[in-house]
Design a protein around this ligand. Structure first.
Ligand code: NAD
Ligand code: MG
Length: 368
């Protein structure tokens, strides 16, 4: 019996990498549902290749409901959520409530509504398995261990394209410069998030919810080669790390097969001599002001992480449209987080209300 997979956001970077993995794993998995936002042409090509039972294009008659429809189908066992941004939240909740495994690339939804997502998994018997490479690394290191044995995580960050710049030069960085990621080829939003280090702040919050650790135990180090994906320290002081040349295909495959491993020839085999020197540096706060803001929003809890995420989504969109300069992204987030954010994020209404208010404040702050 093969396992039914739904891919939400199948036309994006993670979506297409997932299909690449599945081309090598046809005896284990079959594609049952595909959804995309607006790239109808690629979605049609994918549908022709995979012949899924369900195909949904958001930017058509179907609308956003197609994500939940695809995610909750009876013939789906694993939902790969590769949608970018807050739009992925409802499908994650619905899939977990329906008892599915969610292979989660869409970290924004977990950041917005970490408590609700965890609650949905408990209530419905679903499980979240991270696709994000750092969190996959952590999961690979802790699988088989008891929760009480885990002491501390150190997530690595490439530092993005501006690691060696001065703060003054950085404030005026162009869209083309921000999209030059040194080690990963990804969608535009996460590439900008890597340049501001917002991506790492989102990942710290993601790790807090996935692994149940306090924020003080989730640390970050800049590692320009992106070969070590995370370090995990256990209570006895021993540290494990997961290592590999940068590719999302390995964490995607692991999210599908966890806790098992299956033979796969996709990833370039690791060679320490080829990898060469591996270096580690502290995060320079003056280069990445949005990183500290995101951590603080995580520690504040309640709806602050949803506000942080929404402010960032709006600011990044405006930056990509050429309407604000790079430095304005962090300034916008700071202005939005200065507002009072309700401490309760217990219901979807609480979270969506905070998301909507934060988007409005962000537009005002960005354009002032
Ligand atoms: P992308 O922009 O390449 O793809 C996004 C996909 O989501 C597309 O298929 C698009 O059709 C769909 N989509 C966009 N807006 C939508 C909406 N409103 N409703 C429904 N579908 C929508 O992005 P990506 O780089 O593949 O990233 C996807 C997610 O994975 C993000 O949350 C990102 O942070 C995370 N992630 C990506 C990488 C990577 O290497 N690309 C690594 C780790 C985590
Ligand atoms: Mg990551």
């Amino acid at each position: 019996m093969t396992c039914g997979v739904a891919i939400l956001g199948s036309t994006g970077s993670i979506g297409t990498s997932t299909l690449q993995v599945l081309r090598r794993q046809r005896e284990r998995f079959r594609v049952v549902a595909l959804t995309a936002h607006s790239n109808a042409e690629l979605l049609e090509d994918q549908a022709a290749e995979w012949r899924p039972a369900y195909v949904g294009l958001v930017n058509s008659g179907k609308g956003a409901d197609c994500l939940v429809e695809a995610a909750t189908r009876a013939d789906v066992q694993i939902v790969v959520n590769a949608v970018v941004g807050a739009a992925g939240l409802e499908a994650t909740l619905a899939a977990l409530r329906a008892g599915k495994r969610v292979a989660l690339a869409n970290k924004e939804a977990l950041v917005m509504a970490g408590e609700l997502v965890s609650e949905a998994a408990r209530a419905g018997g679903g499980e979240i398995v991270p696709v994000d490479s750092e969190h996959s690394a952590v999961l690979q290191c802790i699988t088989g261990r008891r929760p009480g044995e885990l002491a501390r995580l150190i997530l690595t960050a490439s530092g993005g394209p501006f690691r060696t710049w001065t703060p003054e030069r950085l404030a005026g960085a162009t869209v083309a410069e921000a999209l030059q990621h040194p080690t990963w080829k990804m969608g535009k939003k996460i590439t900008v998030d890597s340049a501001t280090l917002v991506n790492k702040a989102l990942e710290v919050i993601e790790a807090h919810f996935l692994f149940g650790l306090p924020y003080a135990a989730v640390q970050v180090v800049v590692h320009p080669q992106s070969v070590v994906h995370a370090f995990v320290e256990f209570v006895d002081g021993s540290v494990l790390a997961q290592i590999g040349f940068p590719t999302m295909e390995l964490p995607i495959l692991y999210a599908l097969t966890h806790p098992e491993r299956v033979p796969d020839g996709g990833a370039r085999r690791f060679d320490p001599v080829e990898a060469g020197a591996l270096t580690f540096e502290p995060v320079r706060p003056e280069l990445y002001p949005a990183y500290a803001l995101g951590r603080a929003a995580g520690e504040q809890g309640g709806t602050a992480p949803a506000a942080f995420n929404a402010a960032n989504e709006v600011a990044v969109q405006l930056f990509l449209e050429g309407r604000i300069r790079f430095g304005k992204i962090a300034e916008t987030i700071e202005r939005v987080l200065a507002a009072q954010w309700p401490p309760s994020a217990q219901s979807l209404e609480d979270v969506l209300a905070a998301d909507a208010v934060a988007r409005r404040l962000a537009r005002e702050a960005a354009c002032s």
